[in-house]
Design a protein. Structure first.
Lengths: 351, 455
């Protein structure tokens, strides 16, 4: 199997998944969406008519007036295509097409900080913040994890190794958000070092906003790193153990190359493919976990947006955010796959 | 993969330290579950989200055992509902007397006191409340007649320490105190030394007398609450709920959710994977593509949407978690089935014309059982933390309060920033410990079952 064919199959699978996700989301929220849209139209029509007294004056019979209002509503419903049910193929097709070209429509309740209710604007505002927080955390985690893992893996059974392995097992069973609450308790209540709420209180237009954002970011980053690096170190350790037993390492040792150079120069290079794959996967995985973590720290990113949208049932935002999250998830899986193929030629040739 | 017999697994398992530790924690958790079910009535637990049920409890009270480590003792919240009862009949007049003994040894005044009673009476009996203090002095708090009635009625009333009559009565007895008592609340006066306004420690007796002419007058229910800031073994939350009830009852729930999801997803994954691997060719290919699709779905957003749009019932939630849980297991069991399929005896039974279902159930699945048990143990923590996470977002089933829901309430009321550690630490610790028990079990089993296989 050549690289092109490999890429093509992966790409098609990913696209299929994206469509399935989108379809499932629309099916799950579709019926609610219609109800909400129709209510919105009724409200709008009535508001417009009451604003213009001339219309109501021209009717003498209240029943006639009511019929006129109903007629107006029906006309709008038809114009928007809401007279066919949401599950009709045209409407699902149209919705999916719109979402594919990133036209998510307008949010029902939520707005961006700058006041826009366009879902695209809201997402574009929140997404960089989530990426900032989780990418920073993931990079720190991977650096600590790789060095600690390499150290533990080169000295199997040593104190460092045992502490790392134990810490990895124990930390993986703690929910990040709970540790987050404990951190808030410790560092904003007992020792008042960091703010409890991660949303900066100054407006985003202020020149000091970036600095404030970074300061507010400290506690979430520390928390995510604390919970995350153990598992990383453990994984890297396991790869290293495998590689340190390989013949070429023994050969290097026999040649008298010092241990440090072997570990950080040769062994790590060979452990790179799986590590990079996991890096790509954990970056996207963290985006999903963001929903809860951001809720704890009140971090103004995608996760909190998603949570807020769910709370008030702002469907366009839910659909848009799910789509973007899935997109990121799939892209990182694809990137991970490609990187793996690049580093490990066996995958490409299919052997 | 070599097949391992049950007795071998048992032997190996008993040698593994972390396996034993896992079993130890699990046994403790099961004991807690049984204890909770026996000690705390289900009704109490089901009333968790009903504020009416928790009115007599204090708000955000620290666990009472904290006093052991405190130099200045925090007043404990006391709910006294078993008074000493005595009845005196003098000719026509009858008197019912209820006495509450309060041993007050704390360094701060109580936050309030409340007397709640239900009496059965006719006529217009007189209710008197007084306190005998440790220094021997008696303070009259209240003397009031109940509303007049001809028939026998049940009367329920709450008398609060903030009651105006109590204030007035105290003011009339201000000569018992050597400091001006105006401006102090009733509990600050009643529990104060006579010389100055500091706590007088010792035994107090609250005396409630009901005088009447009719013999059938009786106090049906009588409770004295001395409000404090410490309560029970786990304290209370902002909504006055006894956290011990929620945390203890959370244990059987978490175990149930975790184990149900783990078994469900492992069985599903096993059957799916083995069938795909056994059938091979196009069936295998299409089943694995479907597997890929499910694998690539973002789990948490989907679970949230499902909980919001369909239902947040705990049983449905278990189903949803299962739907997303079987994918990885299906992949591994497929590759295992592919290996087993090529073995001689499977080929032989195929030649003999045995039915596919029989081959799968008799020859392939039993080989995978050890792996299945390890997977069940490993899947439990993820199920528990995911459910806790959803509950934490407020999507839990309100009729089954889990640890995640307790933490959700804690987060809503800003418990972390307000320093209410007893509301945050125990539920999270229970989640972590439960998860850890199964991680230990799973690791121990995994090391025995696949000495080399890295998933």
């Amino acid at each position: 199997m050549g690289l092109k064919k490999y890429l093509a199959t992966r790409g098609i699978t990913m696209f299929g998944v994206l469509m399935v996700t989108l379809l499932l989301t629309i099916i799950l929220v579709g019926s609610n969406m219609d109800t909400i849209l129709k209510q919105g139209i009724t409200f709008q029509v009535r508001a417009e008519i009451t604003e213009d007294p001339k219309i109501s004056d021209s009717f003498s019979d209240p029943a006639e007036f009511e019929a006129f209002v109903q007629d107006q509503i029906e006309q709008r419903v038809k114009a928007l295509g809401l007279d066919t049910p949401w599950y009709s193929p045209q409407r699902i097709g149209l919705t999916m097409y719109k979402i594919l070209i990133l036209d998510f429509g307008h949010a029902t309740f939520l707005t961006s900080d700058s006041g826009s209710s366009d879902v695209k604007d809201i997402l574009l505002e929140k997404l960089p913040r989530t990426i900032l927080l989780f990418t920073t955390a993931t990079i720190i985690i991977s650096i600590i994890g790789i060095f600690l893992g390499a150290l533990a893996g080169s000295k199997v059974g040593s104190a460092v190794d045992r502490i790392t392995s134990t810490f990895a097992v124990v930390s993986s069973s703690f929910p990040v958000w709970w540790i987050g609450m404990l951190m808030i308790f410790l560092f904003s209540f007992v020792y008042q070092i960091f703010p409890a709420r991660a949303t900066p209180s100054i407006p985003p237009t202020d020149p000091g906003y970036i600095a404030a954002l970074l300061y507010h970011m400290a506690l979430p980053v520390i928390t995510i790193v604390m919970i995350g690096f153990g598992a990383w170190a453990y994984l890297v350790r396991n790869f290293m153990i495998g590689i340190m037993q390989e013949d070429f390492i023994s050969a290097k040792r026999a040649m008298g190359i010092n241990q440090k150079k072997i570990i950080y120069g040769h062994a790590i290079k060979n452990a790179a493919p799986p590590i990079i794959t996991i890096l790509a996967l954990s970056l996207s995985g963290s985006l999903g976990g963001a929903i809860i973590t951001e809720a704890v720290f009140d971090w103004p990113g995608m996760g909190r947006l998603y949570f807020e949208a769910i709370t008030v049932m702002d469907l366009p935002v839910i659909i848009g955010a799910t789509y973007v999250l899935t997109l990121f998830f799939l892209i990182s899986i694809l990137v991970a796959d490609l990187l793996y193929g690049y580093f490990d030629p066996r995958v490409k040739t299919g052997s | 993969m070599s097949s391992v017999s049950a007795s071998e697994i048992k032997q190996e398992f008993l040698k593994s330290k972390i396996g034993i530790a896992g079993i130890g924690i699990l046994v403790t958790l099961v004991a807690i579950s049984i204890g909770a079910a026996v000690i705390i009535p289900v009704e109490t637990f089901q009333q968790w989200n009903n504020p009416q049920n928790w009115l007599v409890y204090p708000k955000t009270a620290i666990p009472a055992w904290v006093n052991l480590f405190m130099f200045e003792k925090i007043p404990e919240h006391k709910i006294l509902d078993e008074p000493n009862v005595s009845t005196i009949s003098l000719d026509e007049i009858s008197a019912v007397s209820h006495q509450f003994h309060v041993n007050y040894v704390y360094d701060d005044f109580p936050s309030d006191f409340i007397y709640e009673f239900t009496v059965k009476y006719s006529g217009s009996p007189l209710l008197q409340i007084s306190v005998i203090r440790p220094d021997g002095s008696i303070i009259k708090l209240l003397s009031a007649s109940l509303p007049n009635t001809e028939d026998l009625v049940l009367h329920n009333e709450k008398i609060f320490s903030t009651d105006g009559t109590i204030k007035k009565n105290l003011f009339l007895q201000s000569d018992k105190f050597n400091f001006p008592i105006e401006g102090f609340s009733a509990e600050d006066i009643v529990f104060s030394k006579s010389t100055d306004n500091v706590v007088l420690k010792g035994d107090y007796v609250f005396l409630v007398n009901l005088y009447g002419v009719q013999k059938e007058n009786s106090i049906v229910d009588s409770t004295l609450i001395v409000g404090g800031k410490a309560f029970g073994i786990m304290g209370t939350d902002e909504l006055r709920r006894d956290l011990a009830v929620g945390i203890l009852w959370g244990t059987p729930l978490a175990l149930f959710i975790g184990i149900a999801v783990a078994i469900g997803s492992v069985v599903m994954g096993l059957v799916y994977g083995v069938y795909a691997g056994f059938k091979g060719k196009l069936t295998d290919e299409s089943m694995m593509r479907f597997n890929d699709v499910i694998y690539a779905l973002p789990v948490l957003p989907f679970l949230i949407i499902l909980a919001v749009t369909i239902s947040n019932s705990i049983f449905l939630m278990i189903g949803f978690l299962t739907i997303f849980g079987w994918v990885g297991i299906a992949k591994v069991s497929r590759s295992m089935a592919l290996q087993i399929k090529t073995r001689g005896y499977v080929e032989a039974s195929k030649m003999m014309g045995q039915k596919n279902s029989k081959i799968i159930f008799k020859h392939i699945l039993p080989q995978l059982l050890p792996y299945a048990f390890a997977s069940i143990a490993i899947s439990v923590p993820a199920a528990i933390t995911t459910e806790a996470g959803l509950s934490f977002l407020g999507l839990g089933d309100p009729s089954f309060p889990t640890w995640g829901q307790i933490l959700h309430d804690a987060n809503t009321y800003g418990a972390a920033a307000r320093g209410l550690w007893w509301w945050i630490v125990p539920p999270g610790l229970m989640i972590a410990i439960t998860g850890l028990a199964f991680v230990f079990l799973g690791n121990a089993l995994d090391a025995i079952v696949n000495p080399k296989l890295k998933r």
